[in-house]
Design a protein around this ligand. Sequence first.
Ligand code: ITT
Ligand code: NA
Length: 194
Amino acid sequence: PVLIFATHNPHKLQEVQSVLPASIRLLSLQDVGYKENIPEPYDTLEENSRVKALTIYEALQRDCFAEDSGLEVPALNGAPGARSARFAGDHASDAENLAMLLSRMEGISRREARFRTVITLIWQGKFHQVEGICEGTIATAPRGKGGFGYDPVFIPEGSQQTFAEMSLDEKNQFSHRAKAIRAFCDLVYRLTAE
Ligand code: ITT
Ligand code: NA
């Protein structure tokens, strides 16, 4: 199958490509010439993921999927969650969002957190969702240069390293996105076998 991945984030595209088998062909928004912004106006990953896929489906009428990801910190009542990309303001950079997280976590000893990815596939006009979760903790200072977003402060359960200290293959052994993509592959195989 050929699927359009509704994202403007090049890191996500690279991570998804690194997990998907060659039998599932991806087209990026760049490949299909779609340049507009994709709104994500809701408070949940489920709704934002759905509306991102729907936006591309309505524009192009082709099989497509989107993902919405967020970092959920219980000590911050689940923030930044669906606002992870805008934690420090509407056009905040990854560095500004990360600095905001560390400042909100200052003096807080309860540092557990989880990353969650929700993927919405629109296949032959029907909606399907899968998710992936990675439990971990928030470091007190950033470490490492790899990855993107909050990777320099997120330490997944089962490792001592932050995501930013890992290679992409190492991050894929733990990450929310890799787990979601594996569930997504199973879903796509099931649908194409029908
Ligand atoms: P889209 O075009 O797909 O919407 P985006 O960057 O706006 O790309 P989201 O709306 O899903 O993506 O925002 C998620 C934010 O959460 C993202 O900007 C990162 O700061 C953070 N994030 C998501 N996945 C991450 C990961 O694997 N590692 C670190 N931070 C991550
Ligand atoms: Na976004």
